[in-house]
Design a protein around this ligand. Structure first.
Ligand SMILES: Nc1ncnc2c1ncn2[C@@H]1O[C@H](COP(=O)(O)OP(=O)(O)OP(=O)(O)O)[C@@H](O)[C@H]1O
Ligand SMILES: [Mg+2]
Length: 412
């Protein structure tokens, strides 16, 4: 059985369902031991919504695989979510105490709760949201930063003295139908949902360095049918979201342009694809009388990258640039299976003019899942370890101050 010091996580992706079971390293606060994992191809997940029967079978397989390898039974898990229809919005709220005193965690919770209430009231009244985005549920209420007595901006006010406490909060909502379908699928394989987490927040837990979160960084998790992004600055989240395009679209373009089947296109992309702009006369044999020119293949991949990164992602992060140049020396960090496309780091470096690195989960030991595909699953487990520690009163989130662990209780 997965006991308190063990945490299980489930990343229900468009390409594969990944499960991990981890155990906190008693000697090191920032390290976790991976006890086991499972990975199976996804059957019918479509950009966040799960199409039940087939998917339940895949989830079951992935979980059983992880249970066998960890030699333990999974009863509850942290689950990732990446819907393309959602709201992410800033919210400013202030409290005033009767007298000057030291701020504590209760004050932090109070001001975040007020931000949540204020937004929830707006949400219930907004007929436009219902009409265009469907019924939305608040998933996270995070603190970008706090301002004490209108002048002192801090990452956490705990321990500071003052009277007024203002929070620049950041709220993430997800559609109720997507949440319901995830919860039902997971429950139907006999697993309780500990918490549902917006995936870029989970990925950040496993791949970002503290320095990057402080200096300003854009995190891109390039998956199969989605690319999730989040900008962090001074340990707070500035913007985040999901674009409905990923590695699948690169492959799909090749099938359309060259009239080849999907699995051939996928192999070509992974083996020969390179978008760094180097031209070559090499050819790829397809069958006895067909060859493809590598440079022509790469032109198709470059044009998808221009659309996904140069247009869609650029447009999404313009907001972050408007409120200050948040993507500082931390640059861009790419992860997820799609980040394996050769030449992508160079392409983004040219496109955005900032440092770029490809990242895999850090701070884990035990099993070899240190590849970009595992960023979300491992990040969910790391997030879970922190939530459990917090519940036991063993410390605060070092960054991304927010209200955690309570959403699911409220929702059910
Ligand atoms: N070497 C490679 N070159 C290019 N693309 C690759 C390579 N290896 C994997 N990919 C792509 O990575 C994608 C799968 O990544 P990942 O496992 O992160 O997706 P997922 O989490 O299941 O999907 P999503 O995040 O969209 O739900 C596929 O589209 C695959 O083609
Ligand atoms: Mg993914």
């Amino acid at each position: 059985m997965v006991t308190a010091s063990y945490v299980a996580a489930l990343d229900i992706g468009n390409r594969s369902i990944k499960t991990v079971v981890v155990h906190k390293d008693p000697g090191d606060q920032d390290k976790i031991n991976v006890l086991g994992y499972g990975i199976v191809p996804a059957k019918s997940v479509t950009r966040g919504a799960i199409d039940t029967e087939d998917e339940i079978k895949s989830i079951k397989k992935s979980v059983s695989m992880a249970e066998r390898s960890a030699k333990t039974k999974i009863e509850t898990a942290y689950i990732g979510i990446s819907p393309t229809v959602m709201i992410t919005t800033p919210m400013v709220v202030e409290i005033k105490k009767r007298e000057v005193s030291r701020f504590n965690e209760n004050d932090v919770n109070k001001v975040l709760e007020m931000a949540e209430k204020k937004f929830a009231t707006w949400l219930t009244k907004s007929t436009k949201v219902k009409k265009f985005l469907g019924d939305q549920v608040i998933l996270h209420v995070l603190a970008r930063n706090f301002v004490i007595d209108k002048r002192n901006t801090v990452e956490s006010p705990v321990g500071f003295t003052g009277r007024n406490l203002l929070v620049n909060a950041y709220i993430v909502t997800v559609p109720r139908v997507v949440l319901d379908s995830i919860r039902n699928c997971v429950n139907s394989v006999g697993i309780g949902v500990k918490e549902v987490v917006f995936e870029p927040i989970a990925a950040a837990e496993s791949v970002l360095r503290e320095r990057e979160r402080k200096e300003g960084v854009l995190l891109l998790d390039i998956g199969c049918k989605t690319t999730q992004y989040a900008v962090f600055y001074k340990n707070g989240i500035i913007v985040s979201g999901v674009v409905g395009q990923g590695g699948w679209d690169f492959t799909s373009d090749l099938t359309k342009v060259f009239g080849i089947d999907f699995s051939t296109a996928e192999k070509i992309k992974c083996s020969y694809g390179d978008i760094s702009g180097i031209s070559t006369n090499d050819v790829i044999p397809i069958d006895e009388d067909t060859v493809l020119n590598v440079t022509e293949v790469n032109k198709v991949l470059v044009s998808r990258a221009e659309h996904l990164i140069g247009e869609r992602i650029r447009k999404e992060i313009v907001e972050a640039r408007k409120i200050g140049n948040y993507i500082g020396t931390g640059g861009v960090v790419i992860t997820g299976g799609g980040s394996n496309l050769k030449g992508l780091t160079r392409f983004i470096r040219h496109s955005f003019g900032v440092p770029v690195r490809k990242a895999s989960p850090i701070g884990i030991e035990g099993r070899n899942i240190m590849t970009p595909e595992w960023a979300v699953a491992v990040g969910l487990a790391k997030y879970g370890i922190k939530v459990e520690a917090r519940k036991e009163g063993k410390g605060l989130f070092k960054w991304l101050g927010g209200k955690f662990g309570s959403w699911f209780d409220r929702y059910i």
